[in-house]
Write a protein that binds this ligand. Structure first.
Ligand SMILES: Cc1cc2nc3c(=O)[nH]c(=O)nc-3n(C[C@H](O)[C@H](O)[C@H](O)COP(=O)(O)OP(=O)(O)OC[C@H]3O[C@@H](n4cnc5c(N)ncnc54)[C@H](O)[C@@H]3O)c2cc1C
Length: 386
């Protein structure tokens, strides 16, 4: 595989040193599992074991909580590198350091952390994040799942859909309305609902345009009573907790977009050098060169912007809308890079089972999940014109 001449924008000299060993591990150890994931439609235990062995599961959680105590730049470097192989590997990072684990780490009581975080950090337990409903996606404040106070706990009623890994999760963080008069202004709670709780059922499993191994659960709650200890934070804090987790996740998603785009460009260069038409290599045609150049330029600019945002985050600076800008720019960028990659490959980029085709489908998720592009634009523009 040709090494794209990166400008070598790096987060720090220390992280620059880490990139080579991480890439070698991903290429030698994880990449052989990529084809298996596609063939079996499941993420094999071997992937969890290998990533656990590297200390990548739960790496963002504090060591006291059983995590790796890594910082966000290191997490994003690993995210970028595993995304060069298969989107499913990014999901393992997300499941163990992402939306729900981070929410528990930030807002959980000592008992909640003790019960969930050590297991989540090692991948022994699986968590899911339950916000979206049939009637509420981008407009998350419109959720109707209801949590009503009962003696000693809360009764949850409602339905969540498209919850990543929700079908197999040991615990789901369920956002539910606790005060209909307040809703997003302090009337939504976040509840940690364990699998097996009476009244909590997985009623459907959806797959998407992306890898078959990516499964989304429909979760139905009927007279589902959880104890007071299941409530994360205050009864009105759930919306803020959920939005805080989503905002945190945007830089990780951006890193995954850059890693996938990098690999797509490498595959495009390799194909363009090998394939000849009308007696000349595709790589020597200006039409193809311009596509390669545009992809390279966009990847480098995106990476530089992500790293600058990560530096600000590491320095404790207020990011404002930079995480949203980053996610918008990187997810749109990888869509364009994937489209060019398929075009450069011609029919060979459309055949089931070739990596380009799989990347093209998988990266389509990024412009919808964790803040669709239009909603991010709305958030960014609102700030500009206020
Ligand atoms: C692979 C995948 C994994 C997911 N995992 C989870 C998960 O783990 N947990 C979870 O809770 N949810 C999850 N979701 C759901 C995801 O968060 C929602 O799909 C997303 O928030 C968008 O909501 P929606 O699909 O209902 O689209 P809608 O909100 O119906 O929006 C449809 C389209 O309209 C646009 N739009 C919406 N409002 C506006 C506006 N005001 N102006 C202009 N355009 C607008 C949107 O950008 C989008 O393009 C997942 C989705 C996918 C695809």
């Amino acid at each position: 595989m040709p090494q794209v001449p990166m400008m070598r924008t790096e987060l720090s000299p220390e992280l620059a040193e880490l990139r080579g060993p991480i890439r070698r591990f991903v290429t030698d150890q994880l990449e052989p599992l990529a084809a298996r994931i596609d063939a079996e439609g499941e993420i094999p235990d071997a992937a969890w074991d290998l990533m656990r062995g590297q200390g990548w599961l739960g790496m963002l959680l504090a060591e006291a909580d059983g995590g790796g105590g890594a910082d966000l730049p290191t997490y994003c470097l690993v995210m970028e590198e595993v995304a060069r192989s298969h989107r499913c590997f990014t999901l393992l990072l997300d499941a163990t350091s992402g939306l729900t684990p981070i929410a528990i780490a930030r807002h959980g009581t000592a008992a909640q952390k003790d019960r969930w975080l050590k297991g989540l950090a090692t991948g022994r337990l699986r968590a899911a994040f339950g916000l979206t409903e049939p009637g509420a996606g981008s407009d998350a404040a419109a959720i109707t799942t209801r949590a009503t106070k009962v003696e000693g706990g809360w009764k949850i009623e409602g339905r969540k859909q498209w919850i990543s890994g929700g079908h197999a999760a040991d615990v789901v963080m369920v956002m539910a309305v606790t005060d209909p008069a307040q809703r997003a202004r302090g009337g939504i709670g976040a509840f940690l609902v364990p699998r097996g709780t009476p009244g909590f059922d997985v009623t459907r499993i959806d797959t998407t345009i992306g890898s078959e191994a990516i499964k989304l659960g429909e979760l139905t709650f009927t007279d589902c009573v959880v104890p007071d200890e299941a409530l994360l934070g205050d009864p009105g804090q759930g919306f803020a907790i959920a939005m805080g987790s989503l905002s945190n996740g945007r830089l990780g998603v951006s890193a995954a977009c850059i890693g996938a785009a990098d690999r797509l460009l490498e595959m495009s260069i390799e194909h363009a050098k090998q394939r000849s038409t009308f007696g000349q290599r595709l790589a020597d045609r200006q039409a193809i060169q311009w596509m390669l150049a545009d992809s390279h330029a966009e990847i480098e600019v995106s990476r530089a912007f992500l790293y600058e945002t990560l530096r600000k985050a590491a320095a404790g600076e207020d990011l404002g809308n930079f995480a949203a800008i980053c996610k918008l720019a990187c997810s749109e960028m990888v869509g364009r890079v994937a489209d060019r990659a398929v075009q450069i490959h011609g029919g060979a980029g459309l055949m089931r089972g070739v990596p380009v085709e799989r990347f093209y489908r998988d990266v389509r998720h990024y412009r919808v999940g964790e803040g669709a592009s239009e909603v991010l634009r709305m958030v960014i523009a609102r700030e500009l014109v206020k």
